[in-house]
Write a protein of this length. Structure first.
Length: 473
């Protein structure tokens, strides 16, 4: 297996083989080298050693696919194949992906590049690739049966087109989508501007990740591909918190985050401590007179959003989907609400029969993070993640933006937990608590209660009669 380590020495990546021969069927017979990655760690940005220069992105818990230059054409090699993806420590899933990972590697090119992608199919069924959001010849769009024959198992197809516009895009199959996307087949595509662009600002840090979802029952390894809505694992780049890396930046860095949604529902993505602008979609950069500051942006199914902000507040800032159930890990959908139910008498009887029985959710779901419950093999706790002050009680689509004044330019290492200046952490109040005025005998409510009737009122309903009514309903 070839990894990316060799590509990060010196000023950037070591170039792959460069050929100056005329490109034809014979020249293309020698496929570009297959590079593969199995670690779930966030890899450093891949600096361009050949082709036009650009400021590379960092794929959260992922990597960028190396290329070779062949007579002025940028060539990539994607391999569609079964993969094992670690979703969090101690929990792995059997997925389908590209080049050893799900999602597949990010492809980075420059506006105007002629791109040639070799796609080898090592799946047990046919596949194709759709280049989501690209302007390209119709026969390269990747819809199996409509624009091209499907790629049979064991075969390699070639896609070739010019990256015509800068922006944030995706790739995914357009063959047996229900299976292949549910199994994790997708990847990011970035087209950088070839020159200074009036709508695309330069940034210090540029992150990207895809929103994806799976239904994997605790103790199993393979997603249920027939699930339509009731997914139990909501992930960023096929990782769930606390397995999602933090986004580590330097104080006053200009930061860009690119997010694509390939789940079956929308996601309101929320950043704490900062305001951001939506500066791009999969349609391209947004006009500056249409931008306004937000702290949450909703990303619908199949959409991309590009947000930018100035990281001018030090600290560890939560960054997550604002749908509460999307920040939880695998759980059953039929768990009853037991808040306020006194289990004590029943629990004593049950523990005589089942010594390990535990009362669950009597005070809320946080109970479950406090119990050291035995879990099935190959799963993750529902709400977890240890912070400096205790359990964060999160899972799924959650991470942390870490802003530090001493983080060096180009350094993406985790700086550890933020050391709060004295007097800047919420603390317990230990003084006397006055009784709220609304409970005083003389009232104090702004809208006093209207007296209830002395006797109960019985309400009677009379059905309409006759042909003009609702007879027969």
């Amino acid at each position: 297996m070839t990894t990316r380590r060799a590509f990060f020495r010196g000023a950037g990546a070591a170039a792959l083989a460069v050929s100056t021969a005329a490109v034809g069927r014979a020249a293309m017979a020698a496929l570009p080298e297959v590079t593969s990655q199995t670690t779930p760690e966030t890899m450093p940005p891949l600096l361009p050693a050949t082709g036009r220069p650009y400021n590379p992105v960092v794929t959260l818990n992922g990597w960028t696919l190396p290329w070779r230059m062949n007579a002025g054409v940028k060539e990539f090699h994607l391999v569609a194949e079964p993969v094992v993806r670690e979703m969090a420590s101690g929990f792995s899933a059997h997925l389908w992906g590209y080049n050893g990972q799900s999602p597949g590697p990010t492809i980075e090119v420059v506006e105007g590049d002629r791109v040639r992608i070799f796609v080898t199919n090592k799946l047990p069924e046919h596949t194709s690739i759709h280049w989501h959001g690209q302007r390209l010849p119709n026969g390269m769009d990747g819809v199996a049966g409509l624009n091209q024959p499907a790629i049979p198992s064991g075969k390699t197809f070639v896609y070739e087109f010019v990256a015509r516009r800068p922006g944030t895009f995706m790739y995914h199959p357009h063959a047996d989508e229900m299976t292949q996307m549910a199994m994790g087949m997708m990847g990011f595509w970035i087209t950088h501007p070839k020159a200074k662009h009036p709508l695309i600002d330069e940034v210090n840090r540029d992150f990207c990740f895809l929103l994806n979802a799976f239904d994997i029952e605790p103790g199993s390894y393979t997603p249920k591909i027939m699930t339509m809505l009731d997914f139990n694992l909501w992930s960023w780049n096929s990782r769930i918190f606390p397995g999602i890396d933090s986004l580590n930046v330097r104080l006053n860095d200009k930061v860009r985050i690119r997010i694509g949604n390939l789940t079956m529902t929308n996601h309101p993505i929320h950043l704490h401590g900062h305001e951001f602008l939506v500066t791009g979609t999969d349609g391209g950069p947004t006009r500056k007179n249409t931008r306004w500051y937000e702290v949450t942006t909703d990303i619908a199914v199949g959409q991309m959003r590009q947000i930018e902000f100035l990281a001018d507040e030090e600290g560890d800032w939560a960054f997550h989907c604002h749908k509460s159930h999307h920040t939880m890990n695998a759980m059953g959908h039929d768990v009853p609400t037991m808040i306020g139910v006194d289990h004590r008498g029943l629990a004593r009887k049950i523990t005589n029969l089942i010594p390990d029985y535990m009362v669950m959710s009597e005070r809320g779901m946080a109970d479950m993070t406090e119990m050291e419950m035995p879990l099935p093999d190959n799963t993750a706790p529902m709400m977890t993640g240890a912070g400096p002050y205790g359990s964060v009680e999160m899972g799924g689509m959650f991470s942390v933006l870490k802003v530090r004044r001493d983080q060096k330019a180009g350094d993406y290492k985790d700086p550890g937990w933020f050391k709060h200046p004295s007097g800047t952490v919420a603390y317990e109040f230990t003084g006397p608590l006055a009784e709220p005025s609304r409970f005083r005998a003389d009232g104090g409510q702004s809208m006093p209660r209207v007296e209830t009737p002395a006797k109960p009122v019985e309400v009677r309903a009379r059905k309409p009669a006759g042909n003009g009514g609702h007879a027969g309903h």
